[in-house]
Ligand binder design. Structure first.
Ligand code: ADP
Ligand code: MG
Length: 558
């Protein structure tokens, strides 16, 4: 059932240490992504590499795994330097490295970026770190202060090289690379390969291997494809709700790791759904048994990883859920291709958490898939649907007759009218306290961690590289409400523009303004409830960045 894909390898087939393999296992990676499969061996062989693949295809581990294998824990000097464009990325890479290092003790990784007090970084550096991940501006700063010594760096990585050049880091990068040993290994990763990058590689790499992950032309099945923006902690609720509303007979839910598959299956079972897992850790017998149940419908939801789902040969899957956004475009196509087979109508629902919306756009761009924004059912919708289903059922029961036994019971309640009795029964079956509670899926404010700020925080000279938003100000979010502003990333709006406008024009202290989530076309901003009227009466229409914009309450989607 496992078709082998020449582009992808098992990590076990690579020459990796047991410690790293165990960590990869813990991280739940089932197999290497194509860029990992092709890069790791080359890097292990000491080659300079240019790695090109789309966002979200696992480039961090592609260089991280072989790089970390090479670090000598007993040698307390910086041995590897990773340059990346933003502080978020520096932190993210360090975190991924630390996960990979879980069983390999003694290798210290330090992220270094603007906005953090330099003294803290200096004292951390003094303790002896072997791997430094940082933004070029701050790295250069440390080099000039002589608080960072790079004479023992044997591997240098330029991650998101295209972004770094776009952000004007070229001179800094060159300054840094000039100072490194000549005999180092240099790796460069980028989603695109403009000429400026090729120039860099010619100057700073030694006979590099150019590894591009080629994508096949993909045909998107013609099924309805929707996406839902839902934050991680509410995905389960969203999934259950969609299943309740759509009531699919068979659905297939994809997660990116085995661990996620098992967790979700347990949660679904806990909520009373007939769900089971399918992933690479199952024995053939277990797998067969799960598939048998799925085929004869004793199982309604199959939760699977990409690898495990490859062999599924069930034709009438009604809905494919991408609980996690797939690792690459190809997976997306393979996943949704599981429904709508044999001329049936299928649907695919994709969950997008926070900044993954960018990745979704990539998927759409490359596959030409038409993925439309879906409307999450509200608790009220669910109540309506349940009522309708229940009423239909009652009608069929009445049509079927054979009710005398129950009619007797109704009769014995002679003091009440038949109408009241019927109404009470409906209430008993349909009343749902939750429906009257606040709807978590539409709760305001929604907080998307780090959604908009990958680029927002960066300042090359560290002048305002510090947290320019107020999202960590610890404001009591209960008393905050969310406003919607018709300006977004495409207008190059920054959090400070939003804060500035509201603070100045509505005469409100900037410190009161909460989370700001900037999307492509619009922005959400949280403000204290008791300032809303003041803000809206002052600036329901105003100009930001020379653009006329409207500011209004962000209504829950209904
Ligand atoms: P890129 O740098 O190409 O944009 P990342 O390295 O940030 O991609 O990886 C994207 C996500 O994929 C991360 O959450 C990472 O942990 C996960 N990931 C990486 N490799 C694998 C793999 N082989 N299997 C499953 N998930 C993976
Ligand atoms: Mg990356």
């Amino acid at each position: 059932m496992n078709q082998t894909n020449p582009n992808k390898q098992n990590f076990q087939e690579m020459n990796l240490s047991p410690e790293i393999l165990r960590a990869i296992e813990d991280m739940g990676f089932e197999e290497a992504t194509p860029i990992q499969s092709q890069c790791i061996a080359q890097i292990q062989a000491g080659k300079d590499v240019i790695g090109q693949s789309q966002t979200g295809t696992g480039k961090t581990a592609a260089f991280g795994i072989p790089l970390l294998e090479r670090i000598d824990p007993d040698f307390p000097k910086v041995q590897a330097l990773i340059l990346c464009p933003t502080r978020e990325l520096a932190i993210q890479i360090s975190e991924e490295f630390n996960k990979l290092l879980r069983y390999r003790k003694g290798v210290r990784v330090l992220p270094i970026y603007g906005g953090q007090p330099i003294e803290r970084q200096i004292s951390a550096l003094k303790k002896g770190v072997q791997v430094v991940v940082g933004t070029p501006g701050r790295i250069m700063d440390h080099m000039e202060r002589r608080t960072l010594k790079l004479s023992e760096v044997s591997i240098a990585v330029l991650d998101e090289a295209d972004e770094m050049l776009d952000m004007g880091f070229r001179d800094d990068i060159e300054f840094i690379l000039e100072k490194l040993r000549e005999d180092r290994q240099t790796l460069l990763f980028s989603a695109t390969m403009p000429k400026s990058i090729l120039d860099l590689t010619i100057r700073y790499q030694n006979n590099p291997k150019h590894i591009t992950v080629i994508r096949n032309t993909l045909t998107v099945p013609s099924i309805e494809q929707l996406y839902f923006e839902v934050r991680e902690s509410l995905k389960l609720e969203a999934l259950c709700r969609l299943i309740d509303v759509e009531s699919p007979t068979l659905s297939l839910v994809f997660c990116n790791t085995k661990k996620r598959v098992d967790e979700l299956t347990e949660q679904l079972q806990g909520r009373g759904y007939f769900a089971e897992s399918l992933h690479g850790d199952l024995k053939q017998m277990q797998r067969d048994s799960v598939m048998r149940k799925f085929r004869n419908r004793t199982l309604e939801i199959l939760v699977a990883t990409d690898v495990a789902a490859r062999g599924i040969d069930v034709d009438d899957i009604d809905i494919v859920f991408n609980y996690d956004l797939p690792q690459d475009e190809e997976y997306y196509i393979h996943r949704i291709g599981r429904t709508g087979r044999a001329g049936r109508e299928g649907q695919s629902f994709t969950f997008v958490a926070g900044r993954e919306i960018y990745k979704l756009r990539e998927i759409m761009r490359h596959t030409k898939a038409q993925i439309k924004r879906g409307k999450m059912p509200t608790l009220i919708d669910i109540e309506e649907i349940k009522t309708r289903q229940f009423t239909e059922k009652i009608k069929t029961i009445m049509e079927d007759g054979h009710l005398s036994k129950y009619a007797n019971i109704v009769e014995s309640l002679g003091d009440y009218s038949t109408m009241d009795i019927a109404a009470a029964l409906f209430k008993f079956y349909l009343h749902d306290e939750d429906a009257e509670a606040e709807d978590v899926l539409f709760e305001e404010p929604r907080k998307f961690r780090n959604f908009d700020d990958d680029r927002g925080f960066y300042d090359k000279n560290d002048k305002n590289g510090k947290h320019s938003k107020n999202s960590k100000s610890g404001k009591n979010t209960k008393n905050m409400v969310r406003l919607f502003i018709t300006i977004g990333k495409k207008d190059k709006v920054q959090p400070r523009d939003i804060v500035g406008t509201i603070a100045n024009e509505a005469n409100i202290s900037g410190g009161l303004i909460g989370n700001i989530d900037i999307y492509e076309d619009f922005t959400f901003v949280d403000v204290p409830k008791n300032t809303v009227n003041k803000i809206l009466s002052a600036i329901s229409t105003t100009k930001i960045k020379n653009k006329k914009v409207k500011i209004e309450w962000a209504k829950p989607r209904r």
